[in-house]
Design a binder for this molecule. Structure first.
Ligand code: ADP
Length: 492
């Protein structure tokens, strides 16, 4: 055990690391729609290396059943009350990457989509939260901390502290991680009361009510022992009205226990030295392979075969969150005034997709828009590009900029959330930096930042220095696991 942890534990009169149960709607590689799944799937593995027994409890979604039916072990089953209806809860166990995952089985709730949307989704996850809290004393694994993630599990601490007073669930500590504050789980109180039997006395502004709705994420913020989000900058931003989606009041009130822990990336899956989807491999000291990747990307995407031209790329959801309106605003000006190539891999809003189709026909051989989702192509884009554009309006953490740096594609980002925390802007006096950045959500500020990057491209020594700096950065999950471990111990 690390000395730091031993001392922290000693102060709390303990010798053993805390036991943790992560509750989440999805868990990679079993079920995944976004970054949440990666965190839930990876974090317990790195916590195990620190001596923390962290297990996961997640719905037994159809996608999991289809693939792992023969591998799961049925532990036990019981019934819970949801409103006036008794519902079956099966608890199955599966070992994944050395981690114990408990699966909550009920096909009525998890027999099709991971997220059904609207009130059906509310039903799915109210059932899940009730099942989790009832299952905890039966697991034979007594967690010190339950780590809730996003609104789908954020009502658990409230249930524990209002409906299970004096029980083991009440004495457990709760950490809430906010992966995206845009989704809060807002429902009419009658609906929530009908299913979870929450005392109307808690439907007030101090607890569950927010703008006339029962707001699950808010309840999580009120009743959890600690709250974190996925980057330090975003933790500060969500205390302001612009970013908080209405929750700045409660997040300021709980400011003393609100922190940011940056996510990591999978260093094995994203490794230019061993990536099987690349035509040539490379590392920091040997960049020849990167030039081959660029040539291959140009050939594949119908771009002119020119090793000398700077290639700016994006791999993104094409939405306003990702700053796509800024890109649309200056793209023609950029292409008309600079000798560059532009490559986009993404899907999203129809208006942005249409715009990119038009741009492709205006700049043949220089601009390519691949409107689709392709994991394999994304690796080639990271490897084959010189610069990676990510001008997000808000960004809780962001993984793409970290992947880009690992592949030696220098990020050009807006200074917000995790982008601000992970990309160090180039300093022309010291040569330090891992990318380029701009502060305000303004298309011409972004254009200036791109031009600064293009200026550097002209000087090979500067570029080599920056690529070296970027590829040297360590964005593995180990750092995040250390921080989460500290948080768990603080709560004991
Ligand atoms: P977000 O989760 O908000 O979309 P992140 O930067 O955290 O943004 O993660 C996005 C991940 O999805 C990255 O791994 C990125 O490479 C991948 N990705 C996004 N769009 C595509 C696409 N069209 N094809 C392949 N991968 C994509």
């Amino acid at each position: 055990m690390k000395k730091e942890f031993r001392e922290m534990l000693k102060e709390r009169g303990r010798t053993e690391m805390p036991k943790v149960l992560l509750a989440a709607a999805e868990c990679a590689p079993l079920s995944k729609t976004g970054g949440l799944a990666d965190v839930v799937g990876t974090l317990p593995q790195d916590l195990a290396k620190l001596g923390i027994d962290a297990r996961v409890i997640t719905p037994y979604h159809k996608v999991i059943k289809d693939k792992y039916r023969d591998k799961v072990e049925h532990l036990f089953d019981f019934e819970v009350l949801l409103g006036w209806v008794k519902e079956y809860v099966g608890i199955e166990r599966l070992e994944v990457n050395g981690i114990t995952v408990y699966l909550v089985d009920n096909e009525k709730y998890f027999g099709d989509k991971i997220y059904r949307g609207g009130e059906p989704e509310g039903q799915q996850y109210m059932y899940f939260c009730r099942a989790v809290i009832e299952a905890v004393p039966l697991l034979g694994f007594d967690p010190d901390v339950i780590h809730c993630n996003d609104w789908h599990t954020s009502i658990i601490p409230m249930l524990a502290h209002t409906q299970y007073i004096g029980s083991m669930q009440d004495s457990i500590k709760y950490l809430l991680t906010i992966h995206n504050i845009a989704f809060q789980g807002k429902f009419g109180f009658d609906f929530v009361h009908g299913l979870l039997g929450i005392d109307p006395g808690y439907y007030t502004y101090e607890y569950l009510e927010h703008n006339g709705c029962a707001n699950f994420l808010k309840a999580g913020c009120v009743f959890s022992d600690r709250i974190n989000t996925v980057s330090p900058s975003y933790a500060g931003e969500i205390r302001t009205p612009y970013y908080a989606e209405g929750l700045d009041g409660i997040l300021n009130a709980r400011g003393a226990v609100l922190t940011g822990i940056i996510n990591g990336i999978d260093k094995v899956a994203f490794n230019p030295h061993s990536d099987p989807s690349l035509p040539a491999r490379y590392d920091r000291g040997h960049l020849k392979g990167k030039a081959k990747c660029k040539a291959e990307l140009q050939a594949k995407m119908g771009l002119e075969q020119r090793p000398d031209v700077p290639l700016v790329a994006m791999v993104t959801r094409m939405t306003e969150q990702k700053g796509f309106d800024l890109v649309a605003y200056i793209l023609d000006e950029l292409m008309n005034t600079e000798d560059i190539q532009f490559m986009l891999l993404g899907t999203g809003d129809a208006r942005f997709e249409d715009f990119m189709r038009g741009a492709e026909s205006r700049f043949p051989g220089r601009l390519c828009a691949y409107l689709g989702y392709s994991e394999e192509l994304s690796h080639l884009v990271y490897a084959g590009s010189d610069f990676f554009l990510m001008p997000s309006r808000f960004e809780p953490c962001g993984l793409s900029q970290m992947i880009a740096m690992r592949y030696g594609s220098l990020p050009i980002v807006r200074e917000t959330g995790g982008l601000k925390d992970t990309v160090m802007p180039y300093n022309k006096y010291t040569g330090e930096g891992t990318g380029f950045s701009f502060a305000n959500y303004n298309a011409h500020e972004m254009l200036d930042a791109i031009r600064k990057a293009l200026e550097c491209y002209k000087d090979e020594e500067t570029m080599q220095g920056l690529i070296g700096n970027a590829m040297k950065e360590d964005f593995g999950f180990e750092r995040s696991a250390l921080d989460y471990a500290r948080h768990y111990i603080w709560m004991l």
